[in-house]
Design a protein around this ligand. Structure first.
Ligand code: SF4
Ligand code: SF4
Length: 144
């Protein structure tokens, strides 16, 4: 008989002294995100499309800030979801707390693009029509 999946422990149900990370699949160790310049023209969106074409890259927007998110597990993450270099982990990992972390599966962004086709569709919706590049134009032979 298949094992019944245990319900996820809710953060408000933690017992005194218990650590939320002990119930987590180390979500915060499986990606990183960097702010990027707000795209304003076709060239900017084309750059973003290029980032995303590489795979495992999403773009999200919070307020006025655009972020590039790379979905990649940290090389020091162990099979049991613990940190393999805990005492030597980077400062950014030390500063991170469970207070507003993504444990609860309720992350919500103002905008989220998970595929290059989505960002390109968005560019078509918000930008003026794209002028064809010279190299895109067909050069047909002149027939006299
Ligand atoms: S800080 Fe939050 S997301 Fe990161 S491992 Fe702990 S509970 Fe999970
Ligand atoms: S160094 Fe440790 S805490 Fe930091 S991302 Fe990697 S596994 Fe997570």
């Amino acid at each position: 008989m298949p094992k019944r999946k245990q319900p996820k422990v809710r953060r408000e149900d933690l017992k005194p002294g218990e650590n939320l990370c002990d119930h987590c699949t180390a979500k915060c160790c499986r990606y990183f995100a960097l702010p990027i310049e707000t795209p304003t023209d076709w060239a900017d969106f084309d750059h973003i499309r290029w980032y995303m074409i590489h795979g495992n890259v999403s773009i999200f927007v919070e307020g006025d800030t655009w972020y590039l998110m790379v979905l990649a597990d940290c090389k020091h993450l162990l099979d049991d979801n613990r940190c393999g270099i805990y005492h030597d982990r980077p400062q950014i990992c030390r500063n991170y707390t469970t207070e507003n972390c993504e444990y609860d599966d309720d992350s919500c962004y103002d905008k989220l693009f998970e595929a290059p086709e989505q960002i390109w569709e968005y560019a078509h919706a918000v930008l003026p029509p794209k002028k064809p590049a010279k190299s895109d134009r067909l050069s047909l032979p002149i027939v006299s």
